[in-house]
Ligand binder design. Structure first.
Ligand SMILES: Nc1ncnc2c1ncn2[C@@H]1O[C@H](COP(=O)(O)OP(=O)(O)OP(=O)(O)O)[C@@H](O)[C@H]1O
Ligand SMILES: [Mg+2]
Length: 314
């Protein structure tokens, strides 16, 4: 069984456009999305602005009802068994919303704990633990409206964890965070996955998605344009490594070795490759045979950003 599964989800919005907002336009926000997320995995949803990621998450977390298609979380139907789904999920949507500004961070968490049916004592204990977990223990007594964006983001993750959910939905959990805070949030996400939670996250930081996720779906215009592990996606799209070898010695490399001048003034052989280890050995052998020495060697792996660019630009 998959932890999160959906089949052919669709959702259409009617947007009012034009100067007087009199013109109606139909937007297919989600146009047949199917996904399968394995238990205990981190699954990344990526895609350009307006691709349908947040709408998909809202459907999976019972906030929106799809026009058609079906979805399940831990086997529960998100429409017919919405209450069951809500009990076992945690959600971070727009991390700076959903809190009472004139309550402290701690009080906000206690409030949500009470909503989940914890006693006052239990809710307090849980709030304190979660503040510690997200690194806000020193700030629990401060009013929410005094929190910085990063502190708000951390508090919203704490809130999402209050019911010890099996499945976490994190819509851009690191948006607006400074690099160090983002790093801490990423470490927290990996830890939660190691504890067996299933995590579905979105981000515009391709590197972040690649490092955290075992599987990624790229959504474009409401459809899944590509999916697989980051490695598989790179292979599917035929993205290649680039191998660079600096040549030291007199003369120039043979004709069949494309080179340009490198930063140290030496020729650098640069080739695209699908098996960089083999190609490196061949290039180095060839150079040595011709009496050259090898300076630096570099291998550039195709980035997930390249995958994104290739799919989105068709
Ligand atoms: N409540 C709404 N009413 C009308 N249109 C909406 C509504 N919510 C989303 N849309 C439209 O649906 C489409 C998908 O939006 P969505 O928020 O799912 O995109 P996204 O992939 O999350 O984008 P981003 O990366 O910018 O967060 C967009 O065209 C958006 O304008
Ligand atoms: Mg969004």
């Amino acid at each position: 069984m998959y932890s999160v599964e959906c089949e052919n989800l669709t959702k259409v919005f009617v947007e009012k456009r034009g100067v007087l907002r009199g013109r109606k336009e139909v937007v297919k926000a989600v146009d047949g999305v199917s996904l399968k997320v394995s238990e205990g995995s981190v699954f990344g949803l990526v895609g350009p602005n307006g691709a349908g990621k947040t709408t998909t998450i809202k459907i999976l977390t019972t906030l929106l009802i799809p026009d058609s298609g079906r979805a399940w979380v831990e086997g529960f139907d998100v429409v017919k068994e919405a209450d069951k789904v809500r009990e076992i999920i945690g959600l971070v949507l727009a991390p700076d919303k959903g809190f009472y500004p004139r309550l402290t961070g701690y009080e906000n968490l206690v409030y949500y704990g009470r909503l989940y049916g914890f006693s006052k004592g239990e809710a307090g204990e849980r709030a304190a633990q979660l503040l510690e977990l997200v690194g806000l223990h020193g700030d629990g007594h401060r009013f929410y409206d005094e929190y910085s964006l990063g502190m708000k983001a951390k508090l919203s993750i704490a809130k999402a964890l209050i019911n010890d959910p099996k499945v976490l939905f994190l819509d851009e959990p690191t948006i607006g965070l400074d690099p160090l805070s983002a790093k801490k949030v990423r470490a927290l996400i990996s830890d939660l996955a190691k504890q067996g939670k299933t995590i579905l996250l979105t981000s515009h930081n391709m590197w972040e998605v690649e490092t955290l996720s075992s599987e990624v779906a790229l959504i474009n215009k409401g459809r899944v344009a590509a999916h697989g592990s980051p490695r598989e996606l790179k292979q599917q799209l035929g993205l290649s490594y680039v191998v660079e070898v600096e040549v030291v010695g007199d003369g120039k490399p043979a004709q069949d070795m494309p080179f340009s001048l490198g930063e140290r003034g030496n020729p650098v052989v640069k080739v695209k490759s699908h098996s960089p280890a083999d190609d490196l050995v061949k290039i180095i052998d060839e150079l040595r045979k011709n009496g050259f020495q090898v300076g630096f060697v570099r291998v550039h792996e195709p980035s997930f950003e390249d995958v994104f660019a290739k799919v989105v630009s068709g």
